[in-house]
Design a protein. Sequence first.
Length: 326
Amino acid sequence: MMTIILIALAAGCASALMFASIISGAMISLLLFYLAPLPLMVAGLGWGPLSATIGGISAALGLGAIFGLPYCLAFVLTVALPAWWLGHLALLGRPVATGVSAGNGAAPVAPVMEWYPVGRILLWTAGFAALTTMAALFTLGGDAASITGALRRGLLRIIGVRASSQATGDTEQFIDALVMIAPAAAAIVAMMTLTLNLWLAAKITATSGRLHRPWPDMKSAALPQMTLVALSVALALCFTGGLLAILAQIVSAALMMAYALTGFAVLHTLTLTMKSRALWLGGAYAVVLVFGWPVLAMVGLGLADAVFGFRQRYLQRRTPPPVPSS
């Protein structure tokens, strides 16, 4: 128990320092800020959810005592809560078959475990990304006008005083376009960073031998069917205008990124028999990372698989027929 507490306190201190580093304004602090959930996730996956809970509470209390209540609440909502819950879900499993003794005094066989599906963890990640993005926007105002006004002023400060005082028509249009896509872009960044943190935490704990579950089959990751309905409703609400449209854009962006990740899973499945599979996959990842917009193809592939079941049909064709019994 003492080991768990010490690990939790160390993870909490590291996470709090990484979260608070954004105050410095340095470029490296942005990377540390986005990786703030990683120590708590490692503690949760390697030493159990209790470790992540203790670490998150200690870090939140420390940040609250030093910087005030807003920092404490922001840390809990954006770092501690997602790290604890996603780590808990990753270790959540139930036995589906009882171990049977082999006889002659042999030890019973370990029960077969069914682990929480990767697709549902991905859906929870999208939910946390949307929630944290909404919470950040509500710190700017309580309605669409105040939120867009605050975003516009912030972008003008980023561009520079000269640009804001001598704004041309093209500059105004550029800023308006950035304000329009900023909420969705923030949700995409939150979704990708949370997913990356969880993957890194699982890799670290698996490498150290502390991951108390087998590595999941990422190629089989699939979102629940109702996710498609939720995405359709969110996309329809994007055209309503006002605050509801902004919130719907955030939800749509997070869910579409979840489908983009399942699209990569589909790509990994459909290229199983290719001789140059590594080249094709590496090229696909490189194009998406360099240009960004090709991720829309992965979104389309994930959505098409959800509707038409490409992976299931492909795997059924590759499965050999059963051997006839004599």
